[in-house]
Design a binder for this molecule. Sequence first.
Ligand SMILES: [Zn+2]
Length: 131
Amino acid sequence: MVTLKLKMKCLKNDADEWNDRYEETILELHKKNSLSPVEMSSSFPDCEIISAKVPVKCLRCGHMFVADAEIADEQTTELRDMGLEIQRVIEYEGKCPKCGNHVSFEIYIWEYPPGFLEEIEVDHSKGVDFV
Ligand SMILES: [Zn+2]
């Protein structure tokens, strides 16, 4: 099981004023050939994912570390009757803190309708495995 920690920016109605607040949520994923959410019911209305902490293992030296990955891209598509589908791309590019091995990965998250997790897919990863 892979556990992602998502950081989100959420709207909060505070005394008739809308203020930003930050929340963290845990997303558990099964690891087979790819990653897939344990529960598809995850939802976070009024929140927007801004970054993710992803536990990985360096394929060269075996060192385990947490990659701090940012949302690098966001696209919306107009879909059917429930409105927009949002695709967010979590991207990481860095080095293993122990051996300097170059590592990178991209994770795609789809929300439909916005705030409701639809699908997660690892687009590619280089030099690391998800743990
Ligand atoms: Zn390493």
